[in-house]
Each structure stands twice: as structure tokens, then as C-alpha cells.
Write a protein that binds this ligand. Structure first.
Ligand code: PDD
Length: 290
């Protein structure tokens, strides 16, 4: 049975209990992170833990030390025999359990709820990656602090489900005529040979995979502009792709039912995906524990 970490204790998954009035459950008063591991090694963990700290600071949640997160992640990967597997580490921190329910922060010592789960994930269907995925545009009706990785994901959930209902893989949010990001991904386009993506401001989650892809693109010598694409411009892009911890670099080959470019994954997207895979291999090789 899977061993997880909850509030200072390692315990079997089926014995974990969350308080019925946890503020995460009642108010979505919490933040989270999803970290990928490949061959049992966390990928871009420092960047993810840095972002967790930024989210925590933004919502005034105290976090345990960086060291604790690293130790717990290592312990979960080892205990659960995941050291040669690929999967995800889910971290959630909420403002804890207090009764009765209030909107304001409870007085006195705040005792956050901390949950960490590491588990294996199934590899993505290679046919999906080969053909690329379809996406649909939807109005971005979220708040103006999308840079915080909040567990308040209702607009994202509704957008993703609307995409699925339309037979698509992802919903692409559009605000004031400009593409912001996907419901759980960042969006990139290639227009006139230049890679374009929304700047890392309050309108998007600054994706760890986004930043990594931008570094890899720069190393390839690709021209990059962190300037949002209008919805109209996306239809003139020769390539579109999305990035996220779980989807990596994934081509979008149809948008709102229209083919993107040739309707096949484009060469720059392919190059970036290959560079991404190389960087995963280097992540493995760089660790002297082997
Ligand atoms: N989603 N934008 C949003 C709104 C997201 O929720 C995510 C991540 C991203 C991509 O960020 P990153 O590259 O750091 O994963 C962009 C995670 C994986 C999730 O909710 O499962």
C-alpha cells in the first residue's frame, strides 16, 4: 500500500485522515505543487520548491524548511520503491483545520495541513504525442493572481471539462483578445519563426516547464518573445505547443477545429521535445547516487 506524508507522519494511504473543517476543504485556502520524477529522480525540484515558497508568501502561509521537503520526498520515493519509476510528487499546504469556520485567519498559532504524495504515473500515449493534441479557446474568467498556485481551481476544472466535452485535450484561456495559458498548461506559438508566449505576470502561472522550455529554446538559438499572442495570431502560427510538468512539451495541432500549420507537429516543437528528453537524461546522469 502507498505510504504518504501527512502532518509530520508517514502513513498508509488508506489510514490518512483530513479534518472535516480543514480550510483547504471548506475555503480552498491553500496552495500546491506538482513535481515530476524520472527514474526515481525529482526533476527541477529546486524550481518547484522555490515557487511553492512564493505561493506561500503570497497567501501568508508559513512553510516548513526546504530541507524537510527534500527529506520527505526522498523518503517517499525510497519507501514506496519508486527509485526506478516515473511519476509525480503532489504537495499541498492549507491553512489547517479550525472551528467554527471563518473567512479571516484563525487567531493564535496557525498549524497548516501538509500533504505529500509520490506515486507512479502511466506514460503518455505515444500516438497522442505523435499526432499532437487539439485545444479549444475559452474566455479566461479567473482572478488576477494566476501567478499563485492556488488549490482554488474551479474555473480551471470547468474549462478543462468543457474542452473534454468538446473532444479536445486542453482549454486555452483568452483574456482581452490575448491567449494567457491553458487550464493546466502554458501555451506557446511560433509566429513568423519567433516563439511567443505570455509574459510571466499575474495573468498566468509561471510554469516551471515553461521556463525550462524557454532555456532550451534559447540554447537551440530560437528567437523568443515573451509577448502574448492574440487569438487571431494563434490561427496564423505555424506551430503551437503547450508545456506542463505532466505533459512536458506537447504539440497542439488543432485549435477550435482548425489545423495549426500543416496540422502535424512542427519542427521547432519536435526539437524542443528532444532537448527536453535530453535534459531528463542529464538529470539522471548528474546524480552521483547511481
Ligand atoms: N498544472 N498553468 C496552470 C494553470 C497550471 O495549473 C500548470 C500546472 C501550468 C504549468 O506549470 P508547470 O510547468 O510548472 O507544471 C500552467 C499542474 C501540473 C497541475 O495542476 O496538475
Amino acid at each position: 500500500v502507498l505510504i504518504i506524508y501527512l502532518n509530520g507522519v508517514y502513513l498508509p494511504y488508506d489510514q490518512a485522515r483530513i479534518h472535516p473543517e480543514d480550510r483547504g476543504f471548506l475555503l480552498a485556502d491553500g496552495i500546491y505543487e506538482v513535481i515530476r520524477f524520472y527514474g526515481g529522480r525529482p526533476f527541477l525540484q529546486v524550481e518547484h520548491l522555490d515557487r511553492l515558497q512564493r505561493s506561500a508568501d503570497a497567501v501568508r502561509l508559513p512553510l516548513p524548511s526546504r530541507d524537510l521537503f527534500s527529506r520527505v520526498i526522498d523518503e517517499l520515493l525510497t519507501t514506496n520503491d519508486l527509485l526506478s519509476d516515473d511519476g509525480t510528487i503532489y504537495i499541498q499546504v492549507t491553512r489547517g483545520a479550525y472551528t467554527p469556520r471563518t473567512h479571516w485567519f484563525p487567531a493564535g498559532e496557525t498549524e497548516p495541513t501538509l500533504l505529500i504524495i509520490a506515486r507512479k504515473s502511466a506514460p503518455m500515449d505515444p500516438a497522442l504525442r505523435e499526432a499532437g493534441v487539439s485545444a479549444v479557446t475559452l474566455p479566461d474568467n479567473r482572478w488576477d493572481r494566476c501567478d499563485i498556485k492556488s488549490i482554488g481551481l474551479l474555473p480551471n476544472v470547468l474549462a478543462k471539462q468543457a474542452a473534454i466535452d468538446a473532444g479536445a485535450y486542453e482549454a486555452v484561456f483568452v483574456r482581452d483578445g490575448r491567449v494567457t495559458e491553458g487550464s493546466s498548461t502554458n501555451i506557446f506559438g511560433v509566429l513568423n519563426g519567433v516563439i511567443r508566449t505570455h509574459p510571466a505576470d499575474n495573468r498566468i502561472l509561471c510554469g516551471i516547464t515553461r521556463n525550462h522550455a524557454l532555456r532550451l529554446a534559447a540554447a537551440q538559438g530560437f528567437e523568443i518573445r515573451e509577448e502574448a499572442l492574440t487569438r487571431e495570431e494563434t490561427f496564423r502560427c505555424s506551430e503551437l505547443f503547450l508545456t506542463s510538468t505532466t505533459s512536458e512539451v506537447l504539440p497542439i495541432t488543432a485549435l477550435d477545429g482548425r489545423p495549426v500549420g500543416t496540422g502535424r507537429p512542427g519542427p521547432m516543437t519536435q526539437k524542443l521535445y528532444e532537448a527536453f528528453q535530453d535534459s531528463i537524461a542529464e538529470n539522471g546522469a548528474a546524480n552521483p547516487a547511481d
